[in-house]
Design a protein around this ligand. Structure first.
Ligand code: NAP
Length: 251
């Protein structure tokens, strides 16, 4: 029997892992998406969508679907899902590995102010009106309603559902990867004077950080939350090797 693998996804790394193991006869993977995006990218392996129902729900899923291994490839800021994965895998004895994207490192000309969370980012914009580029998820935008004096340009994959949004907000719907020259043009054309970003890591959205550096723009960088992890993997190759190490021989 092939090894039944649950991949917790919603990231470019999870999709890359799915592409890599599609057709691997030693593995029977299923990719799990939270369902935040109504039009997710097509995937080459079976996919399920929606929350499991907390730790208990995930424990039930692992047992009912006969899952042999879990790879947590969720976003570095998706800390609740990772906490649940650690707890559920501990309870069921299912091996867990986490695919963790390295953080972006501050370069000499970066003007970063690192803050603890989205609320601290909104506060640190200060009292004087500014033109702010928000490169965050749609679930984060309502926090900036508490700092209504600023003009916001928010780039999102999908329109937000919340009603409590900042009054002076323009939405830009786009999905990465983005190009550095385009990012510089956007920041210039929109007369942006500060950017708010998460330290997502990876290459898909790094161009905005390079553009801010080139233009001398300050970046309010929201620090990563603490995420518990099982065995930590740095890349897709390491995950595949780990899975093959668990897979029964000769399938
Ligand atoms: P979160 O706060 O860690 O999780 C909240 C709840 O959403 C979880 O308890 C779980 O519900 C459900 N969930 C999260 N990821 C799931 C998955 N891959 N499959 C099934 N259920 C999942 O997560 P989040 O920050 O809202 O992120 C949601 C998704 O968006 C994740 O897949 C993440 O990789 C992706 N994403 C997040 C960010 C970000 O900045 N946070 C950025 C890009 C992509 P139950 O308790 O009901 O199981």
């Amino acid at each position: 029997m092939p090894l039944r693998v649950l991949i917790l996804g919603g990231t470019t790394e999870a999709s890359a892992l799915a592409r890599r193991i599609a057709g691997d006869t030693q593995l029977a993977p299923v990719l799990s998406l939270a369902g935040r995006t109504t039009n997710p990218q097509p995937q080459p392996i079976p996919t399920r969508t929606g929350g499991f129902g907390g730790i208990e729900g995930l424990v039930r899923f692992l047992r009912s679907d006969g899952i042999d291994a879990v790879i947590d490839a969720t976003h570095p800021y998706a800390d609740q899902m990772s906490t649940h994965a650690v707890a559920a895998c501990r309870e069921t004895g299912v091996p867990l590995a986490s695919l963790v994207r390295p953080e972006w490192q501050r370069h000499a000309h970066d003007r970063w102010q690192v803050v603890a969370d989205t609320e601290a980012a909104a506060k640190s914009l200060g009292p004087a009106p500014r033109r702010v580029f928000l490169s965050l998820g749609r679930q984060d935008l309502h926090v900036f309603a508490g700092a209504p004096q600023h003009h916001y340009l928010a780039r999102l994959i999908e329109r937000p559902e919340q009603t409590a949004l900042p009054p002076d907000l323009r939405l830009l719907q786009a999905r990465g990867p983005f190009d550095r020259a385009d990012e510089e043009r956007l920041l210039r054309d929109e007369h942006i004077d500060v950017m708010v970003s998460k330290n997502a890591g990876g290459t898909a959205t790094y161009a905005k950080i390079e553009a801010a550096r080139a233009l001398g723009l300050p970046v309010i960088m929201i620090a990563r939350p603490h995420k518990p992890a099982g065995t930590v993997m740095a890349d897709v190759d390491a995950c595949v090797a780990w899975l093959h190490g668990l897979a029964p021989r000769g399938v």
